[in-house]
Design a protein around this ligand. Structure first.
Ligand SMILES: N[C@@H](CCC(=O)N[C@@H](CS)C(=O)NCC(=O)O)C(=O)O
Length: 222
């Protein structure tokens, strides 16, 4: 079971990886309406009742009872268990995946903050993201995926990030980084992923951020 808010947020990347592994998971979603009390279902309900060591969202509870939180720990656990190459195939590759994880997390945090606070417009946020992502796009070059011609778990995270930026830029993000157009297609063509995205179970129609976010919120997605 994957637990998260009823948004894409930090969970869609994990949902995509689960789909890639062919796992038919329970997608537990906690409500986040504009009414703050809606979040009590998590904060005053499951949060401290599931036996999680470090209660947070997203969490993952495996069929054997193993329970965990932390987005990247979940990515790495699933990779270890179902497709270890997703963590990188050698110590050097694994180091690079970790490096990309650190860099992309910092950029995503920097870009997501203003979406919630409203201190920047969508255009300003995209401009900031473009500046920060230039090094990533250069690093990727003509690769099919971030690390080369093979997928790693950080691709699911980056794909989601790119999708979120495309959604608030009316596509201009892809004009700036045309190579990301084929990148997105490469992810969608991965086994399990395309099927998941086009299935009725797909959560792709969910908003990226919570309803109270000033940019990229429910209204803009509709
Ligand atoms: N370090 C955690 C951060 C998780 C986090 O910030 N979760 C936010 C949503 S993005 C939340 O609302 N958590 C619920 C809580 O604090 O109980 C991770 O990477 O998973």
């Amino acid at each position: 079971m994957l637990g998260y808010w009823d948004i894409r947020g930090l969970a869609q990347n994990i949902r995509l990886q689960l789909a890639y592994h062919g796992i038919n998971f329970e997608n537990k979603m906690y409500p986040t309406t504009e009414d703050v009390s809606s979040r009590d279902v998590w904060f005053n309900g499951d949060k401290f009742n599931l036996g999680l060591d470090f209660p947070n969202l997203p969490y993952f509870i495996d069929t054997d009872g193993h329970k965990m939180t932390e987005t990247f720990a979940i990515h790495e656990y699933l990779a270890d268990k179902y497709a270890p190459d997703l963590n990188g195939r050698t110590p050097e590759e694994r180091a690079k995946v970790l490096m990309l994880k650190g860099v992309l997390w910092d950029i995503k945090k920097a870009v997501t903050g203003p979406m919630y606070s409203g201190e920047k417009t969508a255009e300003e946020i995209v401009a900031m993201a473009v500046e920060k992502l230039q090094s990533i796009v250069t690093y990727m070059g003509e690769n099919s995926f971030l690390m080369g011609d093979y997928v790693t778990y950080i691709d699911f995270f980056f794909y989601e990030f790119v999708q979120g930026l495309a959604a608030i830029s009316d596509g201009s993000f892809f004009n700036t980084f045309p190579s990301l157009t084929s990148y997105v297609e490469n992810i969608r063509n991965l086994p399990g992923v395309g099927e998941y995205l086009s299935s009725t179970q797909s959560e792709e129609c969910l908003p990226f951020n919570m309803k109270f976010a000033k940019v990229n919120n429910w209204e803009q997605i509709k």
